[in-house]
Design a protein around this ligand. Sequence first.
Ligand SMILES: Nc1ncnc2c1ncn2[C@@H]1O[C@H](COP(=O)(O)OP(=O)(O)OP(=O)(O)O)[C@@H](O)[C@H]1O
Ligand SMILES: [Mg+2]
Length: 235
Amino acid sequence: MTAALEIKGLQAWYGESHVLHGVDMVVQPGEVVTLLGRNGAGRTTTLRAIMGLTGARKGSIEVNGKETIAMPTHRIAHLGIGYCPEERGIFASLSCEENLLLPPELKGAGPGMSVEEIYAMFPNLAERRHSQGTRLSGGEQQMLAVARILRTGAKLLLLDEISEGLAPVIVQALARMITTLRAKGYTIVMVEQNFRFAAPLADRFYVMEHGRIVEKFGAAELEAKMPVLTELLGV
Ligand SMILES: Nc1ncnc2c1ncn2[C@@H]1O[C@H](COP(=O)(O)OP(=O)(O)OP(=O)(O)O)[C@@H](O)[C@H]1O
Ligand SMILES: [Mg+2]
């Protein structure tokens, strides 16, 4: 089976600053993989490097078997990747529904999720469809940010700290969303600080430190790995 994402020896820089020092990571189609690590470990940079949004990159990043290391961001996105950055980028002056109608479908990907399908999955957004972007709560904005990338037809989702700063009831709704997307066959790479949110959702875990992967294990090994994780993450 061709991996949805296969990263080998990835190095990345921001200007002179060398941030990733050889990241290796494989994500199979349909998997939910969580990238853990302390602040500054390089998790956001890994997602940005996949999208071609850092400075120089070295190594290999294959998306569905296609080498992307020399591609510009728009071509990478067209392979069917949806990136949801920490800053959600909701257009404040547009309504919830206008935000949803904005993204064009990616040429290389399949059809995007219809607005109806999105409202079925996120009833909150259906209720708020005519509300202005700025009037949405943090949780609603986060759901909208994820919903918007589903509209593009992307099947590989890179989600950066989606649970951050949100109330427990919203975090639960986001957990249900991840479970639903997994059941629909999406492949998901989640960067998370909130270990309790990520733990029950992920098939596999990677832990980063100082721009390298220092641990990787499957959900079945999670309990046995807790002492190591406590040390690495302070959870
Ligand atoms: N635009 C940038 N220019 C220079 N250095 C950066 C830039 N963005 C991040 N860094 C540095 O790269 C390292 C990794 O940052 P990154 O944002 O990937 O961390 P992270 O694991 O996502 O953690 P967190 O989100 O908690 O900050 C940090 O040392 C950070 O200071
Ligand atoms: Mg980050």
